[in-house]
Design a protein around this ligand. Structure first.
Ligand code: ASP
Ligand code: MG
Length: 691
């Protein structure tokens, strides 16, 4: 069984009722339906007005005629022939009863009119339909009896496809007809659902679900896809009209999810109210308000989920109101929600201010990205941006647009001339010369993200000039990827430097290639030359593996690391003990490999010497505090035999390890993890773009 409830605007006229019938007949094809309806829109108000008029007065007569005319019009449009006459007669009979009814019962007729018409129409469509009298079945404040009545009534009719029941109306325990309160049809539906152990409860209304604010007051309000029973109860209790607060309890107790849907947009998934696990991180659900016209105040409730920091949330709320020029009269929190009161006259503005603060992401900024370098990282970056654009926009409010992707030599210059300020130039080349364009780009207000370590390992004056240009022009120059790929190495070093934490040492095992070669050499019976060749075949080395073996790659990384720590290191300050000496330099690649093979006994001897001490060979770039060294540090790059207590002892393959010691930190900071791969590098570049 499924329970579908339609509100007053969903049944306001023949056109809308036809939509309802469509939705109901579709649902009935899947499972039996209990259909609960409100009176046609405005009807309940009219009936309440009617009850206040003098019996037999002309005023009452006019009101009755007006209301009857609206129903007759619906009948005329929905029915023809004999069926039209029948339903007209039923409605006329009900109007006679209304005219004669005690004034306090008049309000109960609206739902009788609407459901009588709808039940007859369903019958005409050939659907086995049964009208249920909620005045007999629903006993106010007695759920046990109500559930019994409803389930028994339905059990007696196994062949019926759609039960139609008026919402809102009920009777007292003593049989007197009554109502469940304004908006009570939602509650009726929940009672029917609980009584029938329904698989689904759908509340069809004229807005797309429960929204972050009343869309009539806050234009930017949006649908909340799912929320807990408690949050729905809080929203409803504190002013959200879309759901009548008492509805939540029966549904919650029966464990039935409440789907709030829009009759005028039936494909919209709307809101699901269900038992949700308590969120680990507190969040915000929506903002509602109730007006206290007597006090001239509006009570705003910012509904949260999970345990919020009440005090901080009050401060944030008051600040947001203050910025909108609104004085907060009072503000408090119960640990989940925030309550603020403001003058009635500024209620709408206050709702908008709070909504803006908590629910509207910062204005979406479009970031134009120009990517130089069509290698593996560049291609990975382009696909990564394509795949994650939606998520990025959702999480950060930033819209990324790849405005250029090129390998051409003059690309940077072109970008410099044509790209709008605030764009991002991405250097994923390995060009030695492209850095010459950096300063010009930065001076044009173009940000730079680079994974090209050659561009940063330039003489310090050049490096400093780029940074100065970035600072002066309010743009960024980021290059986290240049050392340890996606590992947060530079960020960690900068964090220490920014806060005056003095660097004692950095030990960096950051040459993927050498680390891979050395760690594999330990483990396999291959010769050193064979392992180098294998690494080259896999594309792990530079085009000429001697660049890796000479320590030049490691040197660039060490320069970048040191400078990030505030040490203006230059290449000539670094002592390098390369894995292979200068004697390899002038050879062709084949001669080089031949010589490497011939030198195998030397490599083997080094390896067994380390092994004898239970140590492992690691290629370490280090910067160690030393008052005698240039800039107060000694910088070196060499193979070290590290023992088992060293963090680099265990790392293998293309893993990287960076060990940072500083005065504030009693234990070294160890950053370790994958340091290789185009996709990884692309993700790191993307993070620099988004930082
Ligand atoms: N017709 C009733 C009202 O207007 C009940 C409802 O629509 O939920 O309050
Ligand atoms: Mg309602």
């Amino acid at each position: 069984m499924q329970v579908l409830k339609f509100g007053g605007s969903s049944v306001a006229n023949a056109t809308n009722i036809s939509r309802v019938l469509d939705i109901v007949t579709k649902a009935a094809r899947k499972d039996r339906v209990a259909l609960v309806c409100s009176a046609i829109s405005g009807c309940t108000d009219t009936l309440l007005g009617l009850a206040k008029t003098e019996a037999g007065s002309a005023e009452r007569q006019v009101m009755l005629q007006g209301l009857k005319a609206r129903h007759d019009d619906i009948i005329r449009r929905l029915f023809t022939g004999k069926e039209r006459d029948e339903v007209s007669a039923k409605i006329a009979g009900l109007f006679d009863k209304l005219a004669a009814a005690p004034e306090d019962e008049m309000v109960t007729f609206g739902e009788l009119f609407s459901t009588t018409i709808i039940a007859d129409k369903l019958r005409c469509e050939g659907i086995r339909t049964k009208w249920l009298d909620s005045r007999i079945l629903v006993i106010k404040d007695n759920e046990t009896l109500t559930y019994n009545n409803i389930s028994t009534a339905v059990a007696l009719e196994p062949k019926v496809e759609v039960f139609v029941a008026p919402g809102f109306i009920a009777s007292e325990y003593d049989g007197k007809v009554t109502t469940l309160g304004r908006g009570g049809s939602d509650f009726s539906a929940a009672l029917y659902a609980a009584a029938l152990k329904a698989s689904r409860l759908e509340i069809w209304t004229d807005v797309p679900g429960i929204m972050t604010a009343n869309p009539k007051l806050v234009e930017a309000a949006r649908t909340i896809p799912e929320m807990s029973y408690q949050a729905a109860l809080d929203m409803a209790t504190h002013g959200a009209k879309v759901l009548y607060a008492p509805t939540v309890k029966p549904a919650m107790e029966a464990g039935i999810a409440i789907h709030i849907l829009n009759t005028f947009e039936p494909e919209n998934p709307g809101t699901v109210v269900a038992a949700l696990p308590e969120p680990k991180v507190a969040g915000w659900v929506g903002v509602t308000s109730t007006d206290d016209t007597l006090q001239g105040e509006s009570l705003i409730c910012l509904v949260g989920s999970g345990h919020i920091n009440g005090e901080a949330s009050c401060v944030r709320t008051e600040e947001a109101l203050k910025q909108a020029g609104i004085k907060t009269l009072s503000c408090s929190s119960d640990g989940t929600n925030v309550y603020a009161s403001v003058r009635l006259a500024v209620a709408r503005e206050a709702l908008n201010a709070i909504h803006r603060e908590y629910f509207e992401i910062a204005p979406r900024s479009v970031l134009e990205v120009y990517i130089a370098g069509k290698g593996a990282v560049g291609s990975a970056l382009v696909s990564l941006i394509e795949e994650s654009a939606g998520r990025i926009a959702e999480r950060t409010g930033k819209v990324l647009r790849v405005a250029g992707f090129s390998n051409k030599h003059d690309f940077a210059q072109k970008v410099c001339k044509t790209a709008p300020r605030g764009s991002i130039f991405v250097d994923v080349t390995d060009s030695e010369t492209i850095y010459k364009e950096y300063e010009g780009l930065l001076r044009e207000g173009i940000n730079i993200v680079s994974s090209n370590r050659r561009a940063l390992a330039v003489p310090f004056v050049e490096y400093a000039a780029m940074h100065a240009a970035a600072q002066e022009n309010g743009v960024f120059l980021r290059y986290e990827t240049t050392v340890g790929s996606a590992l947060p190495v530079l960020e960690s070093i900068a964090a220490g430097a920014n806060t005056g934490d003095e660097l004692i040492s950095i030990e960096a095992v950051v040459s993927c290639t050498l680390n891979r070669i050395l760690s594999e050499y330990t483990l396999t019976p291959c010769t050193f030359a064979q392992i180098v060749r294998k690494a080259q075949d896999e594309g792990l080395t530079e085009a000429d593996p001697r660049i890796d073996l000479s320590g030049r790659e490691a040197l660039r990384k060490l320069l970048i690391l040191a400078r990030e720590a505030g040490v203006p290191l230059e290449a000539e300050d670094v002592e390098i003990e390369p894995v292979i000496g200068a004697e390899y330099a002038g050879l062709s690649l084949e001669e080089f490999y031949a010589k490497l093979e011939a030198d195998e006994p030397r490599f083997a001897a080094l390896e067994s010497a380390a092994d004898a001490q239970h140590r492992r060979q690691r290629f370490v770039a280090s910067l160690v505090k030393d008052p005698a060294g240039p800039h107060g540090y000694k910088a070196s790059i060499r193979v070290e035999n590290v023992d088992a207590s060293h963090p680099a002892y265990r790392i293998k393959g293309t893993e990287n390890a960076i060990i940072i010691r500083s005065t504030y930190h009693p234990y070294p900071l160890l950053i370790q993890g994958a340091g290789e791969g185009a996709r990884l590098a692309a993700s790191s570049v993307l993070n620099d773009i988004l930082k």
